[in-house]
Write a protein that binds this ligand. Structure first.
Ligand SMILES: Cc1cc2nc3c(=O)[nH]c(=O)nc-3n(C[C@H](O)[C@H](O)[C@H](O)COP(=O)(O)OP(=O)(O)OC[C@H]3O[C@@H](n4cnc5c(N)ncnc54)[C@H](O)[C@@H]3O)c2cc1C
Ligand code: FES
Length: 263
């Protein structure tokens, strides 16, 4: 069951231009949280903005959580102005986590831009539960938008960098990097980022015959399965079951379930 709590902000820093990491003290949420889940953060000045903002759990500690976010609009701008020592109202953990299956030998995490946010917790969980170290593809438009490289290297992960303009790493898209790594039997892929990137990653996985779990984003109102504002189209025969809710049925989905032709 998700908790709703006023959580003290224990640290809040800019980690790259326009990107921040917030750490909160939230022992109850941390105890229940799993990699791939998210929280709804209340970022209000008066009554505006009215809706909470969804943020993936970046890391899970004994007494709290971290979030890694990109400033894109008013909500995240207000969030970035909150300071250490203030409290923030947090609802979570919400949604389905990434599945971690011991039958796979090779785990490849594919991140596009701020899609890197849920992967530190996943890398930690894979290392802790399976004793295996995942490989990570970090792709972004430019070098300035690449975040998390050092964190994953410190975890012992092999990191493959790619940028659209070639300003860092290989000049390639995330899905092209994945293809170069030749995923094959025993590999499982996890992807998070913009929809076109996940669609292309799904196509590479289908061609290679390997499973792919995608963490989807959608604009959310309730965050808890009620409003249907976050519904996306799924590959389901029965018409009444064709729309799935990113907040409750996801945000992590087997990529085969998503109707990628809609994107
Ligand atoms: C399950 C989930 C987990 C997420 N985790 C993270 C995370 O860890 N780090 C992070 O930086 N962001 C994450 N997001 C996206 C984040 O919630 C949005 O960037 C944020 O709500 C935007 O709020 P805003 O008020 O700043 O921008 P707004 O003023 O609401 O919007 C600014 C621009 O961003 C677009 N936008 C708004 N919300 C979303 C969204 N949910 N997905 C895609 N585009 C959006 C709008 O269309 C608009 O173009 C996540 C979203 C979901 C659904
Ligand atoms: S945000 Fe309301 S159902 Fe998903």
């Amino acid at each position: 069951m998700p908790w709703i709590a006023d959580c003290p902000i224990t640290s809040h820093q800019e980690v790259a231009p326009g990107h921040c990491r917030m750490v909160i003290h939230a022992p109850q949420i941390a105890k229940d949280a799993q990699a791939g889940q998210f929280c709804m953060l209340q970022v209000q000045e008066g009554l505006y903005p009215f809706l909470r903002r969804p943020m993936s759990v970046e890391r899970i500690f004994a007494d709290g959580l971290s979030f890694l976010y990109k400033i894109v609009g008013e909500g995240t701008r207000l969030l970035s102005r909150m300071t250490q020592g203030e409290t923030i109202n947090v609802q979570g953990p919400l949604g389905k986590p990434f599945p971690i299956d011991p039958s796979f030998d090779r785990h490849i995490l594919v991140a596009g831009g701020i899609g890197i946010a849920p992967f530190p917790a996943l890398a930690d969980a894979i290392k802790r539960t399976l004793g295996k170290t995942p490989e990570v593809i970090i792709a972004a438009r430019t070098e300035q938008a690449l975040v998390g490289n050092r964190d994953f290297r410190q975890m012992g992960c092999k990191v493959h960098l790619a940028t659209d303009d070639g300003s860092a790493g290989k000049k390639a898209f995330a899905s092209e990097m994945l293809e170069k790594l030749r995923p094959g039997p025993g590999t499982v892929v996890y992807a998070c980022g913009p929809m076109p990137m996940m669609k292309a990653t799904h196509a590479v996985c289908e061609a290679a015959g390997v499973p792919c779990f995608t963490s989807l984003e959608a604009e959310m109102a309730c965050g808890d399965g009620v409003c249907l504002g976050c519904a996306v189209e799924a590959n389901v025969e029965i018409e009444s079951e064709r729309m799935v809710r990113v907040c409750k049925d996801g945000p992590v989905f087997d990529s085969k379930l998503i109707h990628w032709e809609s994107y």
